[in-house]
Each structure stands twice: as structure tokens, then as C-alpha cells.
Design a protein. Sequence first.
Length: 174
Amino acid sequence: MFYKKKRITSFIFALAVVLVLILFDQYTKDMAVSFLKNKDDVVLIPGVLQFHYLENTGAAFSLLEGQQILFGIITPILLIFIVYLLFKLPRVQKYSVLNYVLLLLIAGAIGNYIDRIINHYVVDFIYFSLIDFPVFNVADCYVTVSVIILFILVLFYYKDEDFEEIKQNLRIKK
């Protein structure tokens, strides 16, 4: 009984984290539409950082521009896999960082997916002019940070036996 209660509490907490992250992303995009659309850029640090409104119909860096149907199919499939992985991860301390990484990834994917479904484009507004980096948004930050942390975890933190433990939990139990 205790295990089941703990699992439900963990689920509610994870749902709350993802929801807060998504709401923050959507709020920033609404602010970008309200204060930046059809207006001059807002320069925060001259020659370095500014807010610049952009409607992106592609993926990161405007790749696959106009492929909304592809994103509409791939995003839910990836989300289902990530959520499945999240539920199947062993509930031990060494995987807690990985849990948060997956929550961040889920929030980023859903944040941009909402835009694609509602607007048929993603609102981007953060621009690092110093390096002419593509314009991005908060959900993109979630995805980028989660992928970087995941990369670091895989390279430097988790060992082969940790991956074996995860694989064992992913196997369907009869």
C-alpha cells in the first residue's frame, strides 16, 4: 500500500512540474505575441541578446520547415516513449536526475506541440545576436538543456550496469 501511495504522489508531482513548465513556456510566448509581434526588437544587451518575434514552421533552427503533419505524428510517438521510460525507470536515487531530465524534455516537447497544433507554427523570440544563433523560445531551452544533461549523464555518470538495470525494467513483465 505504501509503495502505491508513493507512486501516486510521484506521478502527481511529475505532472505538476511538467504543467508549471508548460504554463511558463506558454506565458512567455503569449508575452512575445503581445509585446513583440509587428514591433521592433527589444534589445536587452546591445550586440549580444535581444527579443525578436519569429513564427517558426520548422523544427530547431527552422529545419524541416512546413512539415507540420510530420511533427504532428512524431511528437506524440516520442512523448509516449519518454513517458513510458519515465514510468519504467527504477525508483532509486541514482535515476532521480534522469527523471527530471525526462520531465524537462516532456515539457519542452508539449510546449512547442501546443503551438504547432493551435497556430501551425511555434513562437520564437529569444535571439543571441552575438553569435547569430537561431531565434528560440523557452520550450527550446527545456529540450536543449535536457539533451545536454542527458548527454553528460550518459558519458560521465551512468555505467553500463545502470543501463542494464533500465533495460531490465523496460522489458514487459508477464
